[in-house]
Design a protein around this ligand. Structure first.
Ligand code: MCU
Length: 417
């Protein structure tokens, strides 16, 4: 039988989180460098086993540990993020393996080849790096889920890296469970769902970019990640699980991405045709099989996807949603991200958070109303590191008057230092 590594998140979080929170850029440009707060693992409380008390008609308090202690500082917040990651992996996403014992890379033409070995097994995969800006660089890049190119407009000055995520973990319905290069390496019964396997793949791309910086001219500290729809779910999970991603850009990710399970269930109970947890695990293999136990009663979960997003805070997140797509859970993503935003508020980092929900465009065709003052503002500030442009964005073209953000988040928002 295949041994399944069960590595606690506490060892899986790369040491790259051990950097200062918000510091001025040392490069020629003037925009901010925003990273996660420092982690001192020895000071983090142990996470009790078990689910804890159910949470109904509201979203879980980001600022209370699973053991009941309050989050009162940025150091506490870093510990709480480790805990949330561990809980998400345990009950929903499956285990994210730590960095493998060997990762090597080479770059030729536009192809970055990545080889990974662990426990006597090896895999290799390639990504293509396109639209590399001229000039010495180093240049920022956006990792795009899928081989077709980004479904949002990437401005000049930013390279695109096309990641064939289906090659790492398939998403062809139930029968594709455990198929793909991640499972060739870790075994077909590994607990990770496709979203976690893809995040692992993104981490290996970042490893490879760190190794080949002189050849590619890509700056591994200025990476974005994007994808639309199912691949948007992949983008937000990659941004959450990989702290070396500077800018996370999920497009129309909907349920299982920027939506919250509890709010989708509430919408469905109100007669709306939204994707919920019970349906999503039957449609595809995005989540761990462990999640199946909880999909009929999501109130048991010690998290929801506002806390998945909060793993990114205070790094930059710009969420794009489509108000015309009921299935994606338009109230769910609005409510989930409206409440997620309070984590950036607590960290004094609202300039790193955007949520924008507009309509008039078909699914995954990017609307121009989100381009100039929103997407470009985020890319300018966090990838091109230019100052200027408002990136404190929370808007929808619809008024979701049936949903009260504050009633669903009755807990206090501390000011963390
Ligand atoms: C929004 O993402 C998914 C959605 O979860 C599925 O239910 C639907 O079938 O496909 C969407 C998608 O990926 O569209 C390309």
């Amino acid at each position: 039988t295949t041994a399944q590594p069960q590595v606690p998140t506490t060892t899986a979080r790369p040491t790259t989180t051990l950097v200062t929170s918000v510091v001025a850029s040392t490069t020629t440009s003037s925009g901010p460098v925003v990273t996660n707060p420092p982690v001192n693992p020895g000071t983090c409380p142990n996470t009790p086993s078990g689910l804890g008390s159910p949470v109904a008609n509201q979203l879980n308090d980001p600022f209370t540990f699973h053991n009941g202690n309050k989050v009162t500082s940025k150091a506490d917040w870093a510990c709480r993020q480790r805990e949330i990651s561990e809980l998400l992996q345990r009950y929903e996403l499956g285990t994210l393996p730590p960095k493998p014992s060997s990762v090597t890379a080479s770059f030729s033409g536009s192809t970055l080849s990545i080889s990974v070995s662990e426990g006597g097994r090896s895999i290799s995969f390639t990504v293509s790096i396109n639209n590399r800006p001229s000039g010495a660089g180093p240049h920022p890049a956006i990792i795009n889920f899928g081989t077709m190119g980004a479904s949002l407009p990437v401005p000049a000055g930013v390279a695109t890296i096309n990641f064939n995520n289906d090659d790492i973990a398939q998403q062809q319905g139930g029968s594709s469970r455990g198929r793909g290069k991640f499972y060739d390496l870790y075994g077909s019964s590994h607990s990770a769902g496709a979203l976690t396997a893809w995040a692992w793949g993104v981490s290996r791309i970042v490893d490879a970019l760190e190794l080949t910086q002189a050849q590619t001219g890509i700056d591994p500290t200025r990476l974005g990640v994007t994808g639309c729809s199912r691949n948007g779910k992949g983008a937000i999970v990659a941004g959450a699980l990989e702290p070396r991603i500077a800018l996370t850009l999920p497009q129309e990710s909907g349920a299982g991405g920027s939506g919250c399970w509890r709010i989708a269930t509430w919408q469905k109970n109100n007669g709306q045709n939204v994707q919920d947890s019970t349906q999503i695990v039957q449609e595809n293999v995005w989540f761990s099989p462990n999640f199946n136990t909880y999909v009929n009663n999501v109130n048991q979960l010690p998290f929801d996807h506002h806390l998945l997003a909060g793993l990114i805070a205070p790094r930059a997140l710009y969420v794009m949603e489509n108000v015309d797509m009921e299935w994606l859970g338009k109230i769910s993503t609005y409510g989930c991200m409206g409440i997620a935003r309070k984590q950036w508020e607590a960290l004094g980092a609202l300039d790193s958070f955007g949520y924008s929900q507009v309509g008039g465009n078909s699914h995954c065709s990017f609307p121009s109303s989100q381009q100039g003052s929103e997407l470009n503002a985020f890319i300018d500030k966090f990838l091109l590191r230019r100052s200027g442009g408002n990136t404190n964005i929370f808007r929808s073209t619809q008024t979701h008057s049936s949903f009260n953000l504050n009633n669903w988040s009755p807990w206090a928002v501390p000011s963390l230092n």
